[in-house]
Design a protein around this ligand. Sequence first.
Ligand code: DC
Length: 229
Amino acid sequence: MIIAIDGPSGAGKSTLGKMLAKNLNLLYLDTGAMYRAVGFAVLDKGVGFEDTARIAEIAENARIELVGEPEHLQIFLDGADVSLAIRTNEVGQAASRVSTISEVRRILVEHQRALGATAPNGAVLDGRDIGSVVFPNADIKFFLTAKPEARARRRYEEDLEKGRAVSYEQTFAEIKERDERDVSRSDSPLMIAEDAVVIDTSELDLSEVFAQMIAIVDEKRAKATAGLT
Ligand code: DC
């Protein structure tokens, strides 16, 4: 079973993706973490964002590994644990920038397809282009969204909790900037796949969204069992 979860940042994709993967015993693939790992490497090496050939080379040679259970997922880049280092706003912006480069997307999409296809029971993938590009035949496609204010508020509270010093205004501005880049890039922009189930999480708490998602998965499974798909 392949479950795609797409949507803008701060909509709850990763929290809910992890919950679903754990509940259904599926692999959880945080595809944003892969773009973040490339963004981190680019910043680390001091490469300019206009040097797309060099960035593609970095993506090609980067050894990105996602290790562990969904709720304790660790991200390794060339053997080093970058799980925390890739979560800064700076790396988020760098990820959004490198994700506009087609060659980078091609390399990471290939990696994502291979990981998803070889997962023993299937996988939950969260990202921007999972239902539209990576797995257009996914069994279930969710598109999680929320008002920018609600998403910025969540990110801001997360940052506060983790001791990262940012203001709400700065977080809001960064979310808007990233949204704009993610929906307007020419290669695989963030979009709602035709057959996706859209859930607006602005006014819902996690358990309510999770209940909706599980109900849809159960319905899909029941139909598959009855041979109606
Ligand atoms: O989900 P995230 O915030 O960790 O993603 C970081 C950036 O990576 C995001 O701004 C856009 C890019 N991204 C992408 O282009 N395609 C994906 N499947 C996942 C992330």
